[in-house]
Design a protein around this ligand. Structure first.
Ligand code: AMP
Ligand code: MG
Length: 469
């Protein structure tokens, strides 16, 4: 049976000014490095045995039947600066399958490429593959990884590097920046069409722009709280990397923290720490304010709209805080947070920050009874643990069970990702396979993967991460 993808292309039916028709550019020698068979099955894709065919299709060398490849238009605020001309510069949407977008990333230039080559090297492709699938296994809304292909061509960055194409699956690629693009063009009719498309696809209960905005805010509030509950730093929360569906999207210089530091930054281009760990809960509110701005022209009374939207945006920090309290309460074994629990959580985080205690391992050790081995100031921590034990006396459920489901043992640590990429470039995919196997069940005891729970040694530590470009 040959490869079949049941395409159904609703985005391609939208007004032509929303995108540019664009076929992917064939590559010299496509080779399939990874393929997510269970995800393919859930998308209704069949006939996936022929890896040569998979490599052709998921490198963009052959356009499969039913696909209508296109590059989407969007704008965005990058590090707070308005950029009207973004859009898919190195990606094409092949179409939708079972309601999900299938997009190739690194598939050649498009009308939105500006000065870029439309390509990606293998490092960011495999990085996104591993981290997005790890996020999914952690239960965090995210785009998924369907395939990774090496192209047999070099891409030129500071030096020649092996090229790759990533196939990404998303419930859509609509971004805050998609709305901003039409708003900036004063295209009110387009905005209306786009909002109705987004409502149909993601928030069918929303009847009005206000309800739509409220739904996006609710989804993003929970998403950011979830990121922070596992020590995830996105790294480039520009409005064009902020999805309408509330999924994590655009894995560039993202990273999981090892030692806890609320002001941690990894991205080489985030010089002022705009997207530092703790700032994420403020920046998302800023991003939602930008979305709100684009929806004002869709309201009958502009002034009243501004008031209504402002109230929604101003309430968002409360939503984020309440998600954070709930998620962090579970991380210390509490089913319901009560008065005083936030202080207990904050005091633990303060102790962890003071000692740069490993974020993941400290919480995981708590699940096993005590984390005193993770902290340097054992006296201060002992006092905290006594308060904690007191509080656990009135916990109705088994705290261990609650904590083990909230505190992963395994996260994709930066030094392991770097190690995996270095091996893959040499043609050795074993570290990739092993990471994928380990990260598929992050909450179970690591067993043979215990080495992957170890924080980096000084010589292994990754200090900076880079965008895919
Ligand atoms: P990102 O950092 O992935 O969010 O990308 C920001 C913008 O730059 C998007 O419009 C991308 O499509 C575009 N871009 C990034 N890398 C390339 C590249 N190698 N060639 C063309 N466009 C690119
Ligand atoms: Mg982006």
């Amino acid at each position: 049976m040959s490869l079949y993808i049941p395409f159904h292309n609703t985005y391609a039916r939208l007004p032509e000014r929303f995108f540019a028709q664009q076929a992917p550019t064939p590559v010299r020698a496509p080779k399939l490095l990874a393929f997510n068979a269970p995800l393919a099955a859930s998308l209704g894709i069949t006939g996936t045995d022929d890896t040569t065919r998979l490599a052709q299709v998921f490198s963009g060398s052959v356009v499969p039947d039913g696909a209508e490849p296109l590059a989407q238009l969007y704008s965005g605020h990058q590090f707070g600066n308005w950029n009207p001309q973004l859009g898919d510069g190195r990606a094409v949407l092949l179409g939708e399958s079972n309601g999900y977008d299938i997009q190739l990333k690194g598939s050649g230039p498009t009308p939105f490429s500006r000065r870029g080559d439309g390509r990606s090297w293998l490092g960011p492709v495999l990085r996104e593959y591993v981290v997005s699938e790890a996020m999914h296994a952690l239960g965090i809304p995210t785009t998924r990884a369907l395939a990774a292909v090496s192209t047999g061509e070099d891409v030129f960055r500071e030096r020649p590097l092996p090229g790759g194409v990533m196939t990404r699956v998303a419930s859509s690629h609509l971004r805050v920046g998609t709305f901003q693009a039409l708003y900036a063009r004063k295209d009110v009719e387009g905005l209306e069409t786009l909002m109705n498309f987004a409502i149909t696809r993601h928030y069918p209960d929303a009847q009005t722009p206000t309800e739509f905005l409220a739904a996006v805010i609710a989804a993003q509030a929970e998403l950011i709280a979830r990121w922070m509950s596992v020590g995830f730093i996105h790294g480039v929360m520009n409005t064009d990397n902020c999805s309408i569906s509330g999924e994590t999207i655009d894995y560039g210089p993202c990273a999981f923290m090892d030692g806890y530091n609320p002001m941690q930054v990894f991205s080489s281009i985030d010089r002022n720490g705009r997207y530092a760990f703790d700032n994420q809960s403020e920046i998302i509110v800023w991003n939602m304010a930008q979305l709100a701005t684009t929806l004002v022209p869709l309201m009958p009374d502009g002034e009243a709209a501004v008031e209504t939207f402002t109230a929604l945006v101003h309430d968002m920090p409360n939503q984020i805080r309440s998600h954070q309290t709930r998620l962090f309460a579970a991380k210390i074994g509490l089913t319901d947070a009560r008065e005083g629990d936030q202080a207990l959580i904050d005091d633990l985080l303060d102790l962890m920050a003071k000692d740069s205690a490993d974020f993941t391992n400290t919480f995981r050790s708590l699940s096993a009874g005590s984390a005193s081995d993770q902290l340097i100031d054992r006296e201060a921590f002992g006092a905290w643990e006594r308060r904690w034990q007191d509080r656990l006396q009135s916990e109705p459920n088994d705290p261990q069970t609650t904590m083990r489901a909230a505190n992963p043992a395994l996260i994709p640590r930066n030094h392991r990702i770097e190690e995996m990429i270095a091996a893959a470039v040499e043609g050795d995919m074993a570290p990739f396979e092993r990471l994928m196997a380990a990260l598929a069940t992050p909450f179970t005891d690591p067993g043979d993967f215990a080495d992957l729970t170890r924080p980096p040694m000084d010589t292994e530590r990754v200090h900076q991460t880079f965008c895919g470009t």
